[in-house]
Design a protein around this ligand. Structure first.
Ligand code: GDP
Length: 196
């Protein structure tokens, strides 16, 4: 498909930005089967999405164009599955540099939450982290009867690590939009703060 000409749209007198879309990379981390790819696939259904590069569908990378408050952004989602019993030393080699980090666990899988804790603590030690958006996402809230990680436990972890927290269900498309907008808003906020 053709790339739409957006130059006229972005030509707002008050905006000092270039006409190029701003592009951010988002690393989606967590153990296997927590719903990383289901979540990023669900972004397709979001009302904020104007383009979704389906040629990259089968891989672990998805390029998504988002419109927020009239501005267009490209988000490159990169999924990374971390082995359940990974140690922090190995994480140093595994975790790539990105503009934002979404750490996903399943509220119905205690071990995935333990791993999320290890990953977040590791990420927070990386360089320049105060400039980066970090979001903890507890997925599969639809599995209410199988839940083993409480909302409070997730929120407490996020608070203690100074990152954002959201519970989602990729399965029933609950809070998926909020996650998407949350990621972009956090990136914008973090970079605007570090500009000062
Ligand atoms: P990934 O390995 O982290 O990318 O996990 P997947 O996206 O492949 O999902 C693993 C399994 O969990 C699949 O069978 C999904 O259909 C299922 N799944 C993903 N998200 C949800 C959810 O929110 N609720 C439920 N019930 N199942 C989910």
């Amino acid at each position: 498909s053709e790339t739409p000409d957006t130059s006229s749209k972005t030509n707002i007198p008050t905006s000092p930005k270039s006409h190029e879309n701003i592009k951010y990379s988002v690393l989606v981390l967590g153990c296997s089967a927590v719903g990383k790819s289901t979540l990023t696939n669900q972004f397709k259904t979001s009302e904020y999405i104007c383009d979704y590069d389906s040629t990259q569908d089968e891989g672990d990378e998805k390029l998504v164009t988002v419109i927020l408050n009239g501005d267009e952004f490209e988000l490159l989602f990169i999924e990374q599955t971390i082995p359940e019993n990974e140690t922090e030393t190995n994480l140093t080699l595994l975790v790539e540099n990105a503009d934002a980090y979404v750490v996903v666990y399943s509220v119905a899988h205690r071990e995935s939450f333990q791993l999320a804790k290890t990953i977040i603590k590791h990420i927070k030690k990386l360089q320049d982290m105060e400039k980066k958006a970090v979001i903890l996402a507890g997925n599969k809230t639809d599995l209410a009867r199988l839940r083993t990680v409480s909302t409070d436990a997730g929120r407490d972890l996020a608070t203690s690590q100074n990152c954002k927290f959201i519970e989602t269900s990729a399965g029933i498309n609950h809070h998926v939009d909020e996650l998407l907008v949350g990621i972009l808003s956090q990136i914008r906020l973090k970079y605007s703060q570090s500009d000062r």
